[in-house]
Design a protein around this ligand. Structure first.
Ligand code: AMP
Length: 473
């Protein structure tokens, strides 16, 4: 975890082709385009002559999939891949995905983005019935439910629909069997999942930027509550889960998670961020010499602010592109120093200037405090902090791992208090109304800002979050 920030979620990819293709190398390329969704582990599963093969490892896609392995797995017809940040289940190789299950009835590999909200109860029931589970993540139970329903129905699609009707929460999934690829999106469509075509092959990805990376054409988004099954002849069949709600797309995808070159459910992430910046200016017009975004998460909102205000954009920092993941550094001191290695203010640009500084969110306030201090040291006259989302206050049960609600600065201070704490001359958060105006026809999940969630959360899950907080004191 980087400086105790909430972790991102995961990225999934799937491909099926009537003819043998480089399914594994293509998956590796797609996962690289989804790397921002998870840096802890990467994995790809494929079927070679009907036999399930899977390679997973800790680290980046390029660490796990070396050229040797890609050559070895050069030709197959089906593959699914995953990049992970741990949400449910700790960070270790056992919890890396795809999760494979080999059973006489069906062999499958499944990759999951999201968090199930009734998995603890299902897990408990499975364990009580004598089932041995191999991971601590919530995804393994999906494999088990599919196999159980397969034994009962002998029909893969029915088994998947039945299993998915049993689980609750957030799940964008790709499932590979020896002759099918199935994509599933939960009833609320919390997490993105889109479908594309690459020649005769059908592909699914968490974000459209992965389709672009392969040169695939975007076909459509998988609908909330939809199960799309593709076979080796190129046939595609769609099914619906019970009670599809059609609302609940995670608004934080647009604030921070997704890549700006992705389009999710018809909304361009780039356009949405530019609009957030425009709204920030309209909300509180402020005079300044230039606008700058915190690299990279604040850049598009800064652009929008500049367009709306007419205040020029200028860089205040240089970002060292060779600095990798801060969490691999051995201790806290090294991690603290990493900020200085990663970002350095450009003194001649900053000295004597009134600056509008834009970032996407304040979680614990570590980043903004440090960055504002850097700008002051470099001689900035005024620093006006603008945040392209509302105060971050609540846990997310659907896939973002907020490790401790008590550490969220907005639960301890009001806006003026946070402004003082981070050392800014002024602070403005984007209002919820303006955030949601990025797509008036979409009903987003805004739970991390409001505490209101579009789907029920089992009291046991809520309690376990609360217990965790109490235990931490
Ligand atoms: P903090 O320093 O704790 O206030 O965290 C705020 C910074 O973390 C901002 O610069 C965000 O871009 C970044 N951030 C927000 N959400 C996440 C997340 N889920 N994972 C990693 N970084 C994040």
């Amino acid at each position: 975890m980087i400086y105790g920030k909430p972790k991102e979620e995961c990225g999934v990819f799937g491909i099926i082709s009537p003819k043998p293709i480089a399914a594994v190398p293509l998956s590796a390329s797609a996962l690289m385009a989804l790397q921002h969704r998870g840096e802890e582990s990467a994995g790809i599963a494929t079927f070679v002559d009907g036999v399930l093969k899977c390679k997973k490892g800790m680290g980046l896609v390029s660490d796990v999939f070396t050229s040797d392995y890609l050559e070895f797995a050069a030709s197959s017809k089906i593959a699914v891949g995953h990049v992970r940040y741990s949400t449910t289940g700790s960070c270790n190789i056992r919890n890396a995905q795809p999760i494979e299950t080999v059973h006489s009835k069906i062999s499958l590999a499944l990759a999951h983005n999201g968090n199930l909200t009734n998995s603890a109860r299902i897990r408990h029931e499975l364990v009580q019935s004598g089932m041995v589970l191999h991971t601590t993540n919530d995804t393994e139970i999906l494999n088990i439910l599919i196999v159980r329903n397969m034994i009962e129905t002998n029909d893969l699609e029915r088994a998947v629909v039945k299993a998915m009707n049993f689980v609750e929460g957030a799940f964008s999934l790709v499932i590979a069997t020896k002759d099918k690829l199935i994509a599933v999106r939960d009833r609320n469509g919390f997490k993105p999942l889109c479908m594309g075509k690459l020649g005769d092959a059908t592909v699914f990805a968490s974000e459209s930027c992965a389709l672009d990376a392969l040169g695939a054409t975007f076909v459509r988004d998988v609908r909330p509550g939809e199960v799309v099954s593709c076979d080796l002849k190129g046939n595609t069949t769609a099914y619906m889960l019970d009670n599809a709600a059609k609302s609940g797309l995670c608004v934080f995808e647009f604030v921070y998670f997704a890549r700006p070159d992705s389009v999710i459910d018809g909304i361009s992430v780039y356009d949405a961020r530019v609009e957030m910046g425009r709204c920030l200016y309209r909300q509180k017009p402020t005079e300044a010499d230039f606008v700058c975004g915190v690299p990279d998460s604040g850049l598009q909102a800064a652009q929008g602010y500049s367009m709306e205000s007419g205040i020029p954009m200028a860089p205040a920092f240089v970002k060292n592109k060779y600095v990798g993941r801060s969490f691999i550094l051995p201790d806290q001191v090294a991690r603290e120093n990493a900020v200085n290695i990663k970002l350095n203010p450009i003194k001649s640009s900053v000295a004597g200037k009134r600056i509008i500084l834009i970032d996407d969110s304040i979680v614990r306030s570590t980043t903004s405090t440090r960055i504002i201090k850097m700008l002051r040291r470099a001689g900035a006259k005024e620093v006006h902090m603008r945040i392209s989302s509302p105060p971050f206050k609540y846990e997310c049960y659907f896939g973002t791992d907020i490790d401790d609600r008590d550490k969220l600065v907005a639960n301890h201070y009001d806006v003026d208090g946070i402004c003082k704490k981070i050392g800014a001359d002024s602070l403005e958060y984007l209002s919820l109304e303006n955030l949601c105006s990025i797509s008036p026809s979409t009903r987003f999940c805004t739970g991390c800002f409001t505490g209101d969630y579009p789907a029920q959360v089992e009291p046991t899950l809520k309690n376990s979050f609360d217990d965790e907080l109490r235990n931490k004191g």
